[in-house]
Design a protein around this ligand. Structure first.
Ligand SMILES: *[C@@H]1O[C@H](CO)[C@@H](O)[C@H](O)[C@H]1NC(C)=O
Ligand SMILES: *[C@@H]1O[C@H](CO)[C@@H](O)[C@H](O)[C@H]1NC(C)=O
Ligand SMILES: *[C@@H]1O[C@H](CO)[C@@H](O)[C@H](O)[C@H]1NC(C)=O
Ligand SMILES: *[C@@H]1O[C@H](CO)[C@@H](O)[C@H](O)[C@H]1NC(C)=O
Ligand SMILES: *[C@@H]1O[C@H](CO)[C@@H](O)[C@H](O)[C@H]1NC(C)=O
Ligand SMILES: *[C@@H]1O[C@H](CO)[C@@H](O)[C@H](O)[C@H]1NC(C)=O
Ligand SMILES: *[C@@H]1O[C@H](CO)[C@@H](O)[C@H](O)[C@H]1NC(C)=O
Ligand SMILES: *[C@@H]1O[C@H](CO)[C@@H](O)[C@H](O)[C@H]1NC(C)=O
Length: 371
């Protein structure tokens, strides 16, 4: 701003100098007009970009939020395991810099409102109080993954983020019950609460909350609950999950009983992960060609029966992991119908008989593990 203002202010004096220097040239008047036009344009541009600036309320809300936490590298060690760099993003938040340019902050280009906050892997250690200034923002995307909020619960005030579409609390060590308020965010497209903390750290999700999620969150495309304790929930309750779902990840949730078969036929579902639910039974006997699944992981679950021929109907599969599922008997011929398969793991089952010759149809197969 200052530079342009300087130019505008000093233009008359430049004009004077020019007039003296090239007095006899009438062109100077025309030149002046051009300069003024340029000047006007610069001022206009700046007033436009000023509208993008973060308001004082927002920047102080963010700075107050920052004060809830101490920054500790041990809060984000899991990031290093999964290969995401971790560093204290908030450390460099400074009052005199436009908050829309702070690391992790996204603003709406027109209104200047903070609409996204990505503080994943940011060393946060502490808890979010219910009157936190965080809830003054109108976030659409919130990512607090890979921090340490133990022993706090997911605050019920999250319900104030009515425009929230993406909530990512993966590996953020929240504990206790997932509150019903999570199901009062009707615009959620992606919900990730996965964690792998041993009890009593970690989250529990009760039947009532799952019912709320199923009834209210009808726009969900991704539901990731790996490691969340869902043992109180009968898997049958998952039957009416929304048809918009593309990815469902329920690894190590302690699910027990029969997994509803209709989930395989959700029209948009391409990824289903059920691994590590030791007492969960899946029945493939009714799967037909309507399934869109490309990725299926049922390793470390319970079947205790023969692998049905119908497995060959999951014709879009490229990844099939059936390690240690207690399958018995022969591998069905129809496995050769899964022509897109690039990964097949059948190890650690009680399979018998020959490897079917149809496996040679699987031209994409890169990795095959058996016994
Ligand atoms: C974390 O911080 C401690 C103390 O500040 C330091 O000794 C340690 O090397 C750091 N660890 C990593 C992974 O940066
Ligand atoms: C929240 O409440 C605590 C204690 O009740 C108070 O000290 C703090 O200033 C409040 N914070 C905000 C942002 O209102
Ligand atoms: C959640 O955030 C982490 C860290 O940024 C990222 O790796 C992961 O893909 C995110 N999950 C979802 C569902 O967006
Ligand atoms: C669905 O959300 C509304 C508010 O958005 C809430 O009043 C209602 O109780 C929710 N339904 C369930 C089953 O949780
Ligand atoms: C699923 O929806 C159908 C039809 O609305 C209903 O009859 C059934 O009880 C629901 N199942 C569950 C487990 O909620
Ligand atoms: C799977 O479903 C078929 C047909 O519905 C049934 O005959 C079979 O017993 C079921 N298997 C298990 C383990 O429930
Ligand atoms: C699937 O495989 C079986 C056995 O190899 C075969 O008889 C059947 O025609 C195949 N179905 C399709 C749709 O390719
Ligand atoms: C595996 O199969 C053999 C023979 O069919 C049987 O004796 C054994 O008990 C089975 N093991 C398991 C773990 O099911």
């Amino acid at each position: 701003m200052t530079v342009d203002r300087y130019w505008c202010l000093c233009l008359p004096s430049i004009y004077n100098h020019l007039s003296v220097l090239v007095n006899s040239y009438r062109k100077v008047g025309w030149l002046m007009w051009c300069y003024q036009l340029l000047c006007l344009q610069l001022v206009l541009l700046h007033s436009l970009s000023f509208a993008n600036l973060c308001s004082h309320e927002q920047s102080s809300a963010l700075l107050q939020f920052k004060q809830h936490f101490s920054l500790s590298n041990s809060s984000s060690t899991t990031c290093d395991f999964v290969g995401i760099p971790s560093y204290p993003k908030m450390k460099y938040w400074k009052e005199d810099i436009d908050c829309c340019s702070w690391d992790g902050v996204t603003c709406d280009r027109v209104t200047g409102q903070v609409i996204g906050l990505d503080l994943s892997c940011s060393w946060l250690y502490g808890s979010i109080p219910s009157n936190s200034s965080l809830f003054l923002l109108s976030c659409q995307k919130l990512n607090l993954a890979f921090n340490d909020f133990f022993p706090s619960q997911i605050p019920s005030d999250f319900v104030r983020f009515q425009s929230l579409t993406h909530l990512n609390l993966t590996f953020s060590i929240f504990s206790g019950q997932v509150l019903i308020q999570i199901s009062h965010l009707p615009n959620l497209i992606s919900l990730a609460l996965g964690d792998l903390q041993p009890w009593p750290r970690g989250l529990t999700l009760e039947t009532l909350v799952m019912k709320g999620i199923i009834q209210n969150l009808t726009k969900l495309e991704e539901l990731i609950l790996d490691g969340v304790n869902m043992s109180p929930l009968a898997p049958g309750h998952l039957t009416n999950l929304t048809s918009s779902l593309m990815l469902l990840s329920l690894g190590n949730c302690g699910l027990q009983g029969s997994f509803p078969e209709n989930i395989f036929h959700l029209p948009n579902l391409h990824t289903l992960k059920l691994q590590g639910n030791q007492y969960l039974k899946c029945n493939f006997s009714k799967v037909d060609g309507s399934s869109s699944l490309r990725y299926l992981d049922v390793s470390y679950t319970s079947f205790s029966e023969k692998l049905p021929n119908t497995i060959g109907n999951l014709k879009h599969l490229s990844h099939l992991d059936m390690e240690k599922c207690n399958f018995i008997g022969p591998v069905p011929m129809s496995i050769g119908n899964l022509t897109q398969l690039s990964y097949l793991d059948l190890s650690d089952n009680n399979l018998s008989g020959h490897i079917p010759s149809s496996l040679s149809n699987l031209e994409q197969l890169i990795r095959f593990v058996k016994q």
